[in-house]
Design a protein around this ligand. Structure first.
Ligand SMILES: Nc1nc(=O)c2c([nH]1)NC[C@@H]1CN(c3ccc(C(=O)N[C@@H](CCC(=O)O)C(=O)O)cc3)CN21
Ligand SMILES: CC(C)C(=O)C(=O)O
Ligand SMILES: [Mg+2]
Length: 278
């Protein structure tokens, strides 16, 4: 499959990306294209489509294991899928989620991150939380673990929240999220991820942050975008979150659908206004 006519592929080299590349992309206003991934074949597909950042998400509880939440995903599951995803990557940077209750103390987070990095070949770990995980982020940073802090809608808290709902809608919650983003950055977070927050709040946090901010359901103004790979390929059954776009609808194969997603993030045609929240 020859997908070379894409402008973003003509500009890219096959050299492995590093955190410095994401800092440069933020500074230059080049959007970071990210997708989730769970195995080597999809990793190779995403890598040749020009995806910059690959996340082995605990969403594998939903899309691989068929559960309705991510709560049951184990660290062994994450290590396994991280390792088999890493095997398919050449250029893209690999980030892996720490699953529910594997980072409840700083030392537990360090031990779990060790497994994701040493066995799972992750180059960065992602943990869900705000100010309350700042100490953990600081501990990981001290020992050289790159960290992304996942704020806004935190799917691991589904049973506390009572569902998957937009976060940071009132002024007090929005101000708290802005403060937490700053604290996490000061604690050493290398990246932030915002899920399901009003587009205006995501723009505010992105403008204030010196590290790259990736969004999902966070509007067009974050430094990058992420979606679940099966959602862009039309493989997810049932009602879709409003930020999802099926790129398979206008594509003739998986390679063009995935490259079309990357191109749409790069040229800012995804996300459109209807994919964001007020
Ligand atoms: N296939 C898949 N895609 C995802 O994006 C995803 C997963 N699984 N599993 C883990 C979490 C769960 N996510 C979700 C799930 C549902 C909504 C949702 O239905 N949101 C409503 C917002 C409701 C409101 O307005 O408060 C929506 O209409 O989009 C959002 C994120 C995102 N993640
Ligand atoms: C949706 C993304 C951000 C995630 O955390 C996951 O796939 O688990
Ligand atoms: Mg996750």
């Amino acid at each position: 499959m020859n997908i070379s006519p894409y402008p973003h592929l003509q500009q890219q080299t096959r050299k492995p990306l590093t955190l410095a590349d994401f800092a440069r992309m933020k500074a230059e206003g080049e959007k970071i294209a990210s997708l989730t991934c769970y195995d080597a074949s999809f990793a190779a597909l995403e890598d040749r489509a020009g995806v910059d950042l690959v996340l082995v998400g605990d969403s594998l509880g939903n899309v691989i294991q068929g559960a309705s939440t991510t709560v049951g995903v184990s660290l062994d599951d994450m290590v396994y899928h991280s390792r088999i995803t890493a095997a398919g990557l050449e250029r893209a940077f690999l980030m892996t989620d720490l699953p529910f209750l594997t980072y409840a103390t700083p030392d537990a987070a360090l031990a779990a991150s060790h497994r994701l990095m040493a066995e799972g070949q992750a180059k960065m770990v992602k943990i869900e939380g705000g100010a309350e995980i700042a100490e953990t982020v600081s501990h990981l940073t001290t020992y050289g673990v790159p960290v992304c802090a996942h704020m806004g809608l935190r799917p691991q808290l589904v049973h506390k929240l009572g569902g998957f709902k937009v976060q940071g809608r009132d002024d007090a919650a929005a101000d708290a999220m802005v403060r937490d983003a700053r604290l996490l950055e000061e604690a050493g977070a290398d990246m932030l991820l915002l899920e399901c927050v009003p587009s205006t709040l995501a723009a505010r946090i992105t403008a204030a942050a010196s590290v790259p901010v990736i969004g999902i359901g966070a509007g067009p103004d974050t430094d990058g975008q992420i979606l679940v790979i099966y959602d862009i390929l039309g493989l997810s059954p049932g009602r879709k979150p409003r930020f999802v776009k099926n790129f398979m609808a206008d594509a003739d194969c998986l390679d063009t659908a995935t490259a079309d997603y990357v191109a749409a993030v790069k040229d800012r045609s995804y996300p459109a206004p209807e994919h964001g929240f007020k």
